[in-house]
Ligand binder design. Sequence first.
Ligand SMILES: Nc1nc2c(ncn2[C@@H]2O[C@H](COP(=O)(O)OP(=O)(O)OP(=O)(O)O)[C@@H](O)[C@H]2O)c(=O)[nH]1
Ligand SMILES: [Mg+2]
Ligand SMILES: [Zn+2]
Length: 295
Amino acid sequence: MSSVGQVLRVVGADALILVDGKPVSALCPKMLKLQGLCAGDYVEYEFDASLNNNLIGKILPRKNHIDRPTISNVDNAFVLVSEVPKPDFYVLDKILVNLGIENIAPYIVISKQDIVEDNFIDIVKSQYKNCVKDIIVLSALNGDGLDKFIQLTKSKVSVLIGQSAVGKSSLLNALGLQIKTNSVALKVGKKRERGKNTTKNSQLYLTSYGALIADTPGFKMLDLENLEPEQLSHYYPEIRECAVKCQYSDCTHLPNNEGCQVITAVQKGKIPVERYDRYIRLKNAIQKKRSFYGK
Ligand SMILES: Nc1nc2c(ncn2[C@@H]2O[C@H](COP(=O)(O)OP(=O)(O)OP(=O)(O)O)[C@@H](O)[C@H]2O)c(=O)[nH]1
Ligand SMILES: [Mg+2]
Ligand SMILES: [Zn+2]
């Protein structure tokens, strides 16, 4: 008789699965590895006497799945940004699009509140307040803002996403876990402030207050060439809202389209001009990549 568990991590053939609130080890056959078995997956497994271990037999249907970082069945995604390391808003936009494709409405977390300037918080809020569920400001160092994060993650499966050294593992440590963190000393304005990847694999952790939260490795590269360029506006909630109202059915919403609802909204400040400019940049990049691959 097989039982069901939820994968916390997979490294090589070794998996850790959550069964009745307890982590249990299990083996992952190569076949399932090829099928992309990952943290968050629900699996059927049974004890195999010859292996003297649990053996995973099957991945159960997923409610959602993201590739970067690799995780399935998430309720909430928290995308971390901070002033240190210097944020790349173009990459942040791509992460939000990638989550939108999977129908996951993300939160933005401004981390390291103890060192970020108010001005930075204002910039993030003005550009992103209309395209994410909420923007949370917190510090793993002094605990500010953790209450709200705890409320939002309780009894849910969440994932932390963001570039290396933004403070993903530190946030989990502030919630009582013990994870290795990036030792690179980081200060505002320092040049070499990017840090190297400390977390190498996505892993779900069970917190003492009953949340499952995935720590994931930071990344900078994210290609979206599987997306039709015409579909891109769909994943910018504030642009989508105006694009559907645009009177020109085949409008590209480019700056030279006079009377376009999107352009009018940018001019009125309803759509942040920075977000719009990066949207055009991303649309062009996707177009270029697709024509290179003959798509
Ligand atoms: N001042 C301050 N520093 C922080 C805070 N959170 C994390 N840091 C520092 O930021 C650095 C990186 O933190 P990590 O938690 O390892 O970052 P990460 O996002 O897990 O990095 P990767 O695993 O490489 O993706 C460490 O030097 C932490 O001490 C915070 O709230 N305030
Ligand atoms: Mg980490
Ligand atoms: Zn238009």
